[in-house]
Ligand binder design. Structure first.
Ligand code: AMP
Ligand code: ZN
Length: 112
């Protein structure tokens, strides 16, 4: 298994867990870009949002059902941002779909 996030989900690489259920794992980003920066990932390996289709979209549904729980766990009562980077131009560095949950301050309006 050469996928970093699959290895984190399997517990082979340590992480700071925020939330877990049958289908989803959420943990603190190692290089936070905001006071709260959590990565929410499906346990199923999907390369990116560009690889989502009818046969694997249940994993994405589960992620979005988990995000409000992650936000509540992290005290994000005043809003937050969810981002997923895709491929080269999107600057995706880990090829296992993940959703950045950012908050804990007023975020910049500019998204690039
Ligand atoms: P992306 O650039 O969208 O692919 O996001 C990958 C994210 O994973 C980056 O924000 C990294 O800081 C984060 N990251 C990389 N390795 C780890 C790790 N071992 N534990 C937690 N976060 C990580
Ligand atoms: Zn993976």
């Amino acid at each position: 298994m050469d996928c970093l996030f699959c290895r984190i989900i399997a517990g082979e690489i340590p992480s700071s867990k925020v939330y877990e259920d049958e289908n989803v794992y959420a943990f603190r980003d190692i290089n936070p870009q905001a006071p709260v920066h959590v990565l929410v990932v499906p346990k199923a390996h999907i390369e990116s949002a560009d690889a989502v289709a009818s046969n694997n979209s249940d994993a994405v549904k589960a992620v979005f059902e988990a995000i409000p729980k992650v936000a509540a766990e992290c005290g994000l009562t005043n809003g937050y941002r969810v981002i997923t980077n895709i491929g080269e131009d999107g600057c995706q560095s880990v090829k296992h779909i993940h959703f950045h949950v950012l908050g804990g301050k007023k975020l910049p309006e500019n998204m690039g």
